[in-house]
Ligand binder design. Structure first.
Ligand code: NAD
Length: 311
């Protein structure tokens, strides 16, 4: 089943599976490890984590077990993790990367992302600093040269911020990927197109609008119950979740829906046997309303020059 998942070729020359598993906000012991084991059996090869998620150790342990049992090889997997905002100072980047490698029990990371453009002194992100992400980027480049990571990228960067990195004097590696929120209510078409033009792939997080996640807004619309999407699901005999993922894949995006429930894991993987028609892709286009679910945690950064979202 694994080869059913298409890949996108990164500007680093590596292939990134276009469907991965999101792993944020799973704190019950073994929950994420069990999900990773089930997911690998179903054909998932790409796992998205971050130092801040605290899921690196469970993912690493599950992968180690699967490798020992001969069910998978490390080189068949694509592991993404992220540099937390506390470690943006150039001399902190390599130690932070080493911590993630240690937690994962791996000797390289496939794709290492700067989690946010804003740096902070504290874990709880209440004390932003003036550390410039372009200096962090130069330190990220060194991780590639040292063989600790295969590709580097960013997350939650807007177009202007990508541009600043691309225009850096003496840039050695361009960002291979920008991971941003994308759902039927937040298309980010301009950012996606700008990235395509500049050889940067885009990963969409929170494709369903993050239902049940601790950052879901109180006024969150129920994207999975949107009548246009439900109706389309009926037509293709697929769930709303599957229609959303298929729409993203047809836009050329990488997607990382999160679930630990085996039947949903299987459902989210079962999207490669149908195609949304052009008219249905247009109908999806009409749903965009600039709704961002993942924003209220970051309002304290609003006046920071590197705040990445609309004000
Ligand atoms: P999501 O839209 O993937 O929503 C996840 C929730 O959707 C699950 O908890 C579950 O309740 C529900 N769900 C999953 N599959 C379903 C199905 N088939 N049918 C019905 N409901 C289903 O939101 P998310 O978890 O915020 O985003 C996914 C991943 O993206 C995260 O786990 C994380 O890895 C990543 N992420 C990254 C950032 C970042 O700043 N880079 C921010 C948020 C999330």
């Amino acid at each position: 089943m694994a080869d059913k998942v298409p890949s996108t070729r990164l500007n680093s020359g590596y292939d990134m599976p276009m469907l991965g598993l999101g792993t944020y906000n799973s704190f019950k012991p073994n929950e994420m490890g069990d999900a990773v084991k089930a997911a690998v059996q179903m054909g998932y090869r790409h796992f998205d984590t971050a130092w801040r998620y605290t899921t690196e150790p469970e993912i690493g342990a599950a992968v180690k077990e699967l490798i020992q049992e001969g069910k998978i090889k490390r080189e068949e997997l694509f592991i993404v993790t992220k540099l937390w905002v506390q470690f943006h100072e150039p001399d902190q980047v390599e130690p932070a990367c080493q911590k993630s490698l240690e937690a994962l029990g791996m000797d390289y990371i496939d794709l290492y992302l700067i989690h946010f453009p804003v740096a902070c002194e504290d874990l709880e992100i209440t004390k932003p600093t003036s550390t410039d992400y372009v200096d962090t980027w130069r330190a990220m480049e060194k991780l590639v040269d040292k063989g600790l990571v295969r590709s580097i990228g960013v997350s939650n960067f807007n177009q202007q911020q990508l541009e600043r990195i691309l225009k850096l004097d003496g840039i050695k590696y361009k960002p291979a990927n920008n991971q941003v929120e994308i759902s039927p209510y937040l298309h980010q078409e301009n950012l996606v197109q700008y990235s395509f033009k500049n050889g940067i792939s885009t990963t969409g997080y929170s494709p369903f609008g993050a239902p049940g996640q601790n950052y879901e807004r109180n006024d969150a619309p129920k994207i999975l119950e949107d009548p246009t999407i439900v109706e389309m699901g009926r037509k293709y005999k697929k769930s709303s979740a599957q229609v959303i993922l298929r729409w993203g894949i047809q836009r050329g995006l990488v997607l990382i829906p999160k679930s630990t429930n085996p039947s949903r894991l299987a459902q989210n993987m079962d999207i490669f046997d149908f195609t949304l028609s052009e008219d249905d892709m247009k109908a999806m286009q009409a749903l965009d309303r600039g709704y961002r679910s993942n924003v209220h945690f970051f309002t304290m950064w609003k006046d920071h020059p590197f705040y990445p979202f609309e004000k």
